[in-house]
Design a protein around this ligand. Structure first.
Ligand SMILES: *[C@@H]1O[C@H](CO)[C@@H](O)[C@H](O)[C@H]1NC(C)=O
Ligand SMILES: *[C@@H]1O[C@H](CO)[C@@H](O)[C@H](O)[C@H]1NC(C)=O
Length: 148
């Protein structure tokens, strides 16, 4: 068990250094990302760390989406998703480097009792979840969420 995780750590470190070499971006432990298993709403998904703790700063948030073959969502996309029913109680980074929380119903514990897409102009070092955008698959198995 101990030996196993030591090997895993070495493999991870090697991968991380290689990644850094090519992209010059800080490393992100992909194994700690909770990969959503659905298509989200209008392509927008809340992505968080496996331990449910706010874990991404404005830089690693973007990387987290790319690491799971998506891209970070922008404000317009989150607004569309919100209009189509997306509501969470978690702040997440978006493309514009602000943290937002999409709400439909007001809740004093979520986004300061606001509705709509509420921005939080946090320091880019602050840690939140991230809203990723999953482009619609060109070819699919016939399953559709509905018109955009
Ligand atoms: C939350 O919003 C509702 C609806 O606008 C309002 O009635 C309520 O007083 C608000 N609660 C707080 C704590 O501001
Ligand atoms: C974000 O976190 C990464 C990894 O911990 C760190 O290298 C980077 O400097 C941070 N960026 C910001 C803007 O805080």
């Amino acid at each position: 068990m101990v030996a196993c995780s030591a090997v895993m750590a070495r493999v991870w470190l090697a991968f991380c250094q290689l990644f850094f070499l090519f992209t010059s971006t800080p490393c992100l432990d992909v194994s700690q990302i909770q990969v959503p298993t659905n298509d989200g709403i209008s392509g927008v998904l809340l992505v968080q760390a496996k331990n449910n703790v706010y874990s991404f700063n404005a830089t690693t948030a973007r990387e987290a989406c790319e690491a799971i073959k998506m891209r970070i969502a922008n404000l317009a996309e989150v607004k569309t998703a919100n209009q189509n029913g997306l509501q969470t109680c978690r702040f997440g980074w978006i493309e514009e480097q602000i943290a937002v929380i999409p709400r439909i119903e007001r809740n004093e514990k979520c986004g300061q009792n606001s509705s709509g897409v509420t921005p939080w102009r946090a320091n880019i070092r602050a840690k939140f979840d991230v809203y990723c955008f999953k482009p619609a698959a060109k070819e699919d198995n016939g399953f559709h969420l509905g018109p955009e």
